[in-house]
Design a protein around this ligand. Structure first.
Ligand code: SAM
Length: 227
């Protein structure tokens, strides 16, 4: 009907241009999830994750069982905003993003340019890049600049800095949200102070889960859920 009206010149020229322009923009705009093409299937993303493990060694990635656990946790929390400290090649970030709804966002921070670029390529290859704000930055400088709230923060950078990250992110985590940390079992000797803090902190309820070989700490922030 609209086309007929345009063709018959019953609509002024300026409005016609607006309608045509808007229609073209809607056709050209990329979908929310991917800057590349259609929304990828879960199977496609899982296949790419497998390929990353085979072809990109030495990236200190979490185990697939830990990735699946974190992805499920994101879903369980109905997380809208997630922060990851320590991207490496993006393996854990892709697992986290798999659990996110399309309207949400994962910010992930990496200090090493080569691993940051590799991660960018992996995010694009999975087609999940539209959900991920990947930043080449020193997390110790970047985190204080970030605005909360975050529903989940995943710590997986240098172990000696976990205590500093905890202090920085705790005020930015929503009540009912989680601060998760990797390597709390296999690198426990380097994390004594951090472990003591998360297990005794009055604002946190912490459990250690052994879903993989390294140990994950899951610290829930107490208090009523943030509206
Ligand atoms: C264990 S790897 C992360 C692995 C990744 N989470 C995964 O499972 O796929 C740790 C990463 O943290 C990065 N890193 C260390 N210190 C950092 C800092 N201050 N800011 C940002 N990234 C940092 C390292 O360069 C390294 O790539």
């Amino acid at each position: 009907m609209l086309t007929a009206a345009i063709l018959s010149n019953r609509i002024p020229r300026l409005i016609q241009c607006g309608i045509v322009g808007l229609s073209m923009a809607l056709m050209i705009l990329p979908p929310r999830v991917s800057a590349q093409g259609a929304k990828p299937t879960r199977e496609q993303v899982l296949r790419h994750l497998d390929k990353m493990r085979e072809t990109q060694p030495g990236m200190w990635n979490i185990a697939p069982s830990e990735g699946e656990y974190l992805s499920n946790l994101v879903q369980k929390l109905k997380a809208q905003r997630v922060l990851e400290i320590g991207t490496s090649n993006g393996y854990s970030a892709i697992w986290l993003a798999l659990g996110l709804p399309e309207t949400s966002q994962l910010i992930t921070l990496e200090i090493n340019r080569r691993r940051y670029s590799l991660a960018q390529n992996n995010f694009e290859a999975t087609g999940i890049d539209g959900l991920i704000d990947s930043r080449l930055a020193d997390a110790l400088e970047e985190v204080p600049k970030l605005e909360g709230p975050f529903d989940l923060v995943f710590l997986d950078a240098d172990k000696q800095d976990y205590g500093k990250y905890l202090e920085m992110v705790l005020p930015k985590v929503s009540s009912g949200g989680v601060i998760a940390a990797h390597n709390v079992t296999d690198m426990a000797s380097q994390l004594q102070d951090f472990l003591a803090t998360i297990q005794t902190h009055p604002e946190l309820r912490t459990e250690i889960v052994a879903v993989g070989p390294s140990g994950l700490s899951i610290s829930y922030k107490k208090g009523p859920p943030t509206p």
